[in-house]
Design a protein around this ligand. Structure first.
Ligand code: AFP
Length: 347
């Protein structure tokens, strides 16, 4: 049994991601191993992207590419590199029949590679979240979300437009002070740290649970002129109306993955409400909100658009945006109460 930190005292080693996935798979006697192979493909692409990011200041890979993505945002060169690495690894692996990427306007159907190709999965990707931070050495990450291709359906746009509650797995890789892959397949959340000397992701954070409440709140206060009155009051309450001075601290990196990762481990809330520039909210439902909502719920937390559970939202378009309130359950519930005009919970 791994210890609380994922360390195996009997062997003196950490379990690798591959060993962990195989062990999980063995619990399901009819498993074909296809999901394990899909995760391996994603982790291989993550290692390649990690090595590009580690040398970003030395290689000619930072800066804007000169193109604009389907969201109307300037693409960074590393956005395109990460997109290509993940798509190529998934194509070669042959386990999915459809890829949808934030960096690509259209769906990407995958031809089966041969009789062994399973092709039963759909993978959605945000290849490099927070990439506008890459030039200044701030942590960025990759987010992935896995669905089943519905029985008897073609890999089409309609088959990709499933609510987040249908995800069979979701995860992210944060290229931070260390590189970590965190994922869930609906049975809790586990985190693996890349050992750069061995080149393997090692189970370092088994069974992650988000604290029910926390100290950190993350929001772009540059948008505060447009905040809903309830949201303004919630932030004021976090700042001033707590019993202990400095009970809460602002932490906002502008890289969702990094803000989310800190709040997941330490306790906190990340909020991106609707604004005049982004009337539906800024984050993408399919590439950012859904996968992180699945992860946070599996870790015991909560994710809503201020009112509705993120995972229940029925997507109508691939690049749809949503408002997001995500993190420690008590904090998200309190934010929702303020948005409804109910004020703070009775203590
Ligand atoms: P980029 O990938 O274009 O940098 O967008 C990042 C992001 O979607 C999310 O990761 C951040 O939390 C959020 O946008 C930051 O948005 P603001 O700059 O409007 O605060």
């Amino acid at each position: 049994m791994p210890s609380k930190s994922g360390y195996h005292p009997e062997t003196g080693r950490f379990q690798t991601l591959d060993q962990f996935v195989i062990e999980q798979q063995e619990r399901f006697p009819h498993s074909t191993g296809s999901f394990s192979r899909l995760l391996r493909d994603l982790s291989v692409a993550a290692k390649v992207v990690n090595s590009d990011i580690r040398r970003a200041g030395l290689l000619d890979v930072t800066g804007a590419s000169g193109d604009v993505n389907v969201q109307g945002e300037v693409q960074q060169r590393l956005d395109i590199i990460a997109h290509t690495e993940f798509v190529e690894a998934l194509k070669l692996g042959g386990e999915c029949s459809l890829i949808v990427s934030e960096e690509h306007d259209e769906i990407i159907p995958i031809e089966p590679m041969g009789p062994e190709s399973d092709g039963s999965y759909i993978v959605l990707l945000d290849p490099l979240d927070g990439s506008s931070n890459i030039d200044v050495n701030v942590s960025v990450g990759t987010i992935f979300s896995v669905y089943r291709l519905p029985e008897g359906r073609e890999p089409s746009l309609e088959s990709a437009l499933q609510p987040g509650s249908e995800q069979i797995a979701a995860g992210y890789i944060v290229y931070g002070s260390s590189t970590m892959l965190v994922y869930t397949s609906g049975d809790g959340v586990n985190g693996f740290t890349l050992d750069p000397l061995v080149g393997e992701f090692m189970l370092s954070h088994p069974k992650i649970q988000v604290p029910p409440t926390g100290r950190f709140y993350s929001i772009d206060e540059g948008n505060s002129a447009a905040f809903h009155e309830g949201l303004e009051q919630y932030i004021h309450w976090l700042q001033y109306e707590q019993e202990k001075p400095q009970a809460h601290k602002t932490r906002y990196i502008g890289s969702f993955i990094s803000d989310f990762h800190r709040n997941l481990l330490k306790g906190g809330i990340y909020m991106y409400p609707a604004t005049p520039v982004y009337p539906q909210g800024k984050l993408r439902l399919m590439y950012e909100a859904n996968p992180m909502a699945f992860i946070i719920e599996q870790a015991g937390g909560r994710a809503t658009d201020g009112e509705r559970r993120i995972l229940d939202l029925q997507p109508e378009a691939l690049h749809q945006r949503t408002a997001v309130y995500i993190g420690s359950t008590q904090m998200v519930r309190t934010a929702e109460a303020f948005l409804r005009g109910e004020g703070p919970p009775a203590s």
